[in-house]
Each structure stands twice: as structure tokens, then as C-alpha cells.
Unconditional design. Structure first.
Length: 232
């Protein structure tokens, strides 16, 4: 498993998504399909993009009772996606059930990644709304350890947390990091950002890049620039 750039295909329709991917001609970037596109187009969009030869991170962030998550994961596994995720807040029995559901008869399964605390949750929100009083970075590392002990492959985290996740959970525990911007680019609504080269430097395994590629006048060059800075 090597480092890779995952393009966040945050589009609302199949037409828009396929028109975007058509620009890549022979190239087959790893893509992330999120809730908006999946709920709009259903599993067919996953099959279509997979048939075109792309790897897919299906970002649906499951969180329910273990039995429900297990059954849902088994359906997602049959879609032949490469990476899926869940909320570590669902706790270890749910994460273990997710692994069971994902594992195919031949023993293979998509990578399973946990969301720890959403980056939209800060210390104040966590204390007030979730009644969790511990420092947020301890909570993030605890959730990451739970994910590791439940057999998951890694976590989605801020690039600023990736080094610590590796030191707590091991270098082979995968970090998938959004919040990536070019040094000369627009930050948009992301607050804590890193360039692809910096993300490589701190040991991110996968970067998830949306608007710096999707909103670029030349998405293919922007993607290639990410690959050049992050992978090569
Ligand atoms: O356009 P941009 O590069 O900001 O897109 C980043 C992608 O990563 C979006 O799909 C966003 O939902 C996702 N993401 C994030 N921060 C997280 C988790 C996911 O930006 N903590």
C-alpha cells in the first residue's frame, strides 16, 4: 500500500462527476464519493466509476448498532469499493462488526478507516454537546487506538494529527488527511491546512483533495501537481 492522492468528487450529479473524470482521459485517479453523490445517484454511480477503473473511497461514515453496521458494510463490500469509513464513536463492538461484515468469502475486504472527532467539533462543542471533558487530542488518539484494536486500518485525521497518530498506533496504521492546499492556493473554508509536500513530510498516507483540483481551471494539471509533490 503506497501513498496516494484521493480526489474528493463533491459533485451532486452523475453527469457532473463523469464529465469531470472524462477530463483525465487515460489516467485513473483514486476518487472519494461522499454522501451527497451517493444519496443522489445510489450504488450505480459507484459501479460506474469502478467500471471505469478508478479506486474508490466511499465516505459514508456509518454509525449505528453493530448488527446494522455489519449488514450495511457487507452490502458496501459487494460494491467492490477500496476504502470505506465509520465513526469510531460507534465504539469497539460496532467497529468489530463492521470488519466482519466487510470481509468477503475469500478473506479480502476494502480498507476500513475511522473518523475520530469531526474536525468541525472543537473542545468547547465536545464538552458542551457531547459531555466529553478530556482534551480533544487525547480523545482523538484514544478513538484511533480503539480503531486499531478493533482491526481497522487507519483514521481520517487532520494533517496536524497524522504524526501523533502514527506514534500512538504505529507507522503501518494509515492516516487519510483532508485539509490540503497548494502553497499559492486559496484556503477556502479549511482552517488548518498543509501543502501536499508538507503532508508527505509528516507521513500522511493518503491526502484527500477536493476544490484545489475540482475547482481548478485545469484539474488534470492540479492533480498531477499533487501527485508530484506528495507521491514522487
Ligand atoms: O475541497 P476540499 O479539499 O476542502 O475537500 C476536502 C474533502 O475532505 C471534502 O470532501 C470534505 O468533506 C472532506 N473532509 C474534510 N475534513 C474532515 C473530513 C473530511 O475536509 N475532517
Amino acid at each position: 500500500m503506497g501513498r496516494d492522492v484521493i480526489i474528493a468528487c463533491d459533485f451532486s450529479s452523475k453527469e457532473e462527476t463523469l464529465a469531470f473524470l472524462d477530463k483525465f482521459e487515460g489516467k485513473k485517479p483514486f476518487v472519494k464519493i461522499g454522501m451527497e453523490l451517493f444519496y443522489a445517484e445510489g450504488p450505480e454511480i459507484v459501479r460506474e466509476i469502478k467500471n471505469r477503473g478508478h479506486k474508490i473511497f466511499l465516505d459514508l461514515k456509518l454509525h449505528d448498532i453493530p448488527n446494522t453496521v455489519k449488514k450495511a458494510m457487507s452490502v458496501l463490500s459487494r460494491l467492490d469499493v477500496d476504502m470505506v469509513n465509520l465513526h469510531a464513536a460507534g465504539a469497539r463492538p460496532m467497529m468489530e462488526a463492521a470488519i466482519e461484515g466487510l470481509t468477503r468469502d475469500d478473506g479480502t475486504r476494502p480498507m476500513l478507516i475511522a473518523v475520530t472527532q469531526l474536525t468541525s467539533t472543537d473542545q468547547e462543542t465536545m464538552e458542551r454537546d457531547l459531555m466529553i471533558k478530556e482534551p480533544i487530542d487525547r480523545v482523538v488518539m484514544h478513538y484511533a487506538s480503539n480503531a486499531r484494536e478493533s482491526g481497522l486500518d487507519g483514521v481520517v485525521c487532520s494533517p496536524l494529527e497524522a504524526e501523533k497518530v502514527h506514534s500512538v498506533c504505529g507507522d503501518d496504521f494509515v492516516t487519510v488527511t483532508p485539509g490540503v492546499r497548494f502553497a499559492d492556493g486559496d484556503k477556502g473554508d479549511q482552517k488548518r491546512v498543509m501543502t501536499p509536500a508538507e503532508a508527505k513530510g509528516i507521513g500522511s498516507d493518503y491526502i484527500v483533495v477536493g476544490r484545489p483540483i475540482t475547482a481548478s481551471a485545469d484539474p488534470v494539471s492540479a492533480y498531477e501537481r499533487c501527485v508530484k509533490e506528495f507521491v514522487s
